[in-house]
Design a binder for this molecule. Structure first.
Ligand SMILES: NC(=O)c1ccc[n+]([C@@H]2O[C@H](COP(=O)([O-])OP(=O)(O)OC[C@H]3O[C@@H](n4cnc5c(N)ncnc54)[C@H](O)[C@@H]3O)[C@@H](O)[C@H]2O)c1
Length: 257
């Protein structure tokens, strides 16, 4: 009887961006626990080197928003690891950051596309189980993003329309990747609701967090490992016929308006 439901190839390797914290860290941990070799990219070298994930985890300091750096990094990765079959595009700026729509698009869908194109260039023509998962947000699917009161309360700009715009673009890009990569890799996205990660601090201490909590049928906000479970499923051969989809992971919160 099969017990390994996810069914990753022996020797499978994955890149996880934003691996030093929150959803990326939880995803990297789960993939290591599943026996994969994980290359964890993050801009925050200090936090990355403080992680203890064992021998399967290879930290690498990198800024996924810098096109030149991405190309150089993939050259190094190809030499050290050969073809890497799986990619999790998780890194992205906090929604409270004051960005223009153009900057926001460049740092969400733009960097997801650049990372994926550079990764895809190193895939063997015969890659059968290759896959990408992009991290979007309910803000790009079903809500308009955090309200100005929350953003301004955290020292950011009230005008953060780039966040739902950029995350919606990530879901559209995911569908396009699924179609344009026919025969090469599968692409899917997750759209988490509010997830308790360091960037949010004590969100349930404020009115917005309490409101979302009250509306969420599951009765609590998501944890990073719960979002990681969805990412790893979509990344794995267990999802071999799921392609171009965005899986909302929000405890039903966006249904209860
Ligand atoms: N936490 C939530 O409520 C929530 C909800 C929906 C979507 N998301 C999305 O999930 C993803 C992860 O968020 P999180 O809450 O785990 O955040 P987090 O702050 O806990 O972790 C993000 C990590 O990404 C790294 N990072 C940021 N920009 C980077 C870059 N340009 N290059 C490399 N690394 C970079 C940071 O250093 C950090 O370690 C983001 O794309 C975010 O938009 C989060």
């Amino acid at each position: 009887m099969a017990t390994d439901f996810l069914n990753f190839d022996k020797g499978a390797q994955a890149i996880v961006t934003g691996a030093a914290s929150g959803i990326g860290e939880a995803t990297a941990r789960l993939l290591c626990a599943q026996g994969l070799t994980v290359i964890g990219l993050d801009i925050d070298g200090e936090r990355l080197s403080a992680l203890d994930m064992g021998d399967r985890f290879h930290p690498m300091v990198a800024d996924t928003g810098k096109p030149d750096a991405i190309e150089a990094m993939f050259g190094e990765l190809a030499e050290r690891f050969g073809p890497i079959g799986h990619l999790v595009n998780n890194a992205g700026p906090p929604s409270a950051l004051p960005l223009t729509i153009e900057e926001g698009l460049a740092q969400t869908a733009g960097s997801v596309q650049r990372m994926t194109a550079a990764w895809e260039a190193g895939l063997p023509a015969t890659a059968e189980q290759a896959s990408v998962v992009n991290v979007a947000s309910v803000a790009g699917v079903a809500s308009g993003g955090p309200p100005p009161s929350l953003i301004s309360g955290r020292g950011g700009a009230a005008d953060n329309g780039w966040y739902p715009t950029g995350k919606a673009a990530v879901t559209g890009l995911t569908r396009w990747q699924a179609v344009s990569s026919a025969g090469k890799y599968r692409a899917n996205a997750v759209a988490p609701g509010i997830t308790m990660t360091p960037r949010l601090g004590d969100i349930t201490g404020g009115a917005y967090g309490r409101d979302v909590l009250a509306r969420t049928p599951v009765g609590r906000l998501a944890t990073a490992p719960e979002v990681a479970n969805a990412i790893v499923y979509l990344l794995s051969p267990a999802a071999s016929y799921v392609n171009g989809q965005t899986l909302i992971v929000d405890g039903g919160g966006t249904l209860a308006f």
